[in-house]
Design a protein around this ligand. Sequence first.
Ligand code: NAD
Length: 501
Amino acid sequence: MSVTATRLLDNYVRGRWTPAADPTDVLDVTNPVTGGVLARVPLSGAGDLAAAVAAAREALPEWRAISTIGRARKLFELRERLVAREEELARSVTTEMGKTLADARAEVARMIEMVEAACAIPTTMQGHVLEDVSRNVDAETVRQPVGACAAIVPFNFPAMVPFWFLPFAIACGNTFVLKPSEQVPLTQQIAFEELDAIGLPPGVVNLVNGSREVVEGILDHPGIDAVSFVGSAPVARLVYERAAKAGKRVQALGGAKNHMVVMPDAVIDKTVDGIIGSAFGAAGQRCMAGSVVVTVGDAHEQLMPPLIDATRRLRVGDGIDEATDVGPVVSCAARDRIAAWIERGVSDGAKLALDGRGAGEAADPAGAFLGPTILDEVGPQAEIAREEVFGPVPCVIRAGSLDEAIEIVNGSRFGNGSSIFTESGASVRRYRHEVQVGMVGVNIGVAAPVAFFPFSGWKDSFLGDLHAHGTDAVEFYTRKKTVTSRFFSSGQGSGSYFVER
Ligand code: NAD
């Protein structure tokens, strides 16, 4: 399906591409490099969501009755189809979201890895059995699907984040409703073309474009059994509370402020590479973006000159150009919001070591460009050091010791990811043991776990219990049922279950 300037996106419901029946509005989807309109996305209404939920519920018995290996084989086929369109998916991510092609290719590779991990379902979904829990009595725990599941996702990973959930949910025998980000709905149109092509029973996967109204519909609809959310912290809390109140299983991944601690014994050139990739990749629009550098002791003097020098050399431009290091942010509104954060940081006392405002504008003044910026000498209590900026604007804070650095990291209300750069095993052991975050990197900037390990944070970065993907996904997308049984025809099963020991 080619993208034209006026294409109005369809939903995908009950195995068919379907126009939104009762949209409350229609928005332009734009290329952040030029502001040019790529397509138009409907903000679907309550009727559209209701149709998708009805389709998902009706598909449950047929989908669940397909053997586990049969469901896995569908995912094998999906994997092959996504690989065949890998470059097209990456280009779609870059075009609608702005991140560089290299970043987008890495995202799509991780998206496909999610499908690969979900193919292991005949093994990972197994329950367990224990014979003779009492005389001639056996107990077994089996895993069964939860039902109709939904995911609500953010703008910054148009390909990967929906696939943190979808492959695992359907592998476990659930059906699924996806609400993509209305800012970047195009890449999932490609993914759903391939889901359509593998011939799932109609209603197993559904896509409803929209915004707040669809989200609130999902949270309240009695036909939805489980909700996965990824987005900003305030919306994560709203989703968590409202879905839980409606009795649904819920996991809500929120915002972040990720610290990178640099010890005096760090290998500085590798540390600079790690910080640059982490702080400026996807123009800082990652929930695992390194947004605060904490230098310990004289690490500050060693780190700052090469960090500033290497950052200054990053090329800002259109992400589709292979020579670009940093693409635009997602929209001009985001650019202006981030620029206001820089102003606030400076007026709160930060030293502007590098100012990226104005970068890339020469290429196209309508583009949402804001180049790499570094705020040095930031106080740990400054607002810019504590709140999520979601742009290419790391702060640098000085700490006198590892103790002080850990105190700064643990003082954050967020707890998504954090990295330490050091050659000392003892420092790493301390840090890993004491730091209050869900994901830790050691000499690695963005330590986003691979598909077969769980992904998520602590504190305000995550509300719920079970994290995304890995074995947690199988836990989230299955209900456990424990059966205690005995049979009498063997002639051994007499007496009371409770007293026979
Ligand atoms: P967002 O919270 O604005 O939007 C996320 C989703 O919620 C979208 O689908 C949107 O349509 C919907 N939404 C927005 N406002 C809503 C409201 N008031 N009521 C109901 N639904 C609403 O987030 P975003 O700007 O798209 O994404 C960036 C945020 O996502 C950042 O805070 C980032 O840290 C976070 N994020 C977190 C993770 C993680 O794993 N913790 C991963 C990626 C992104």
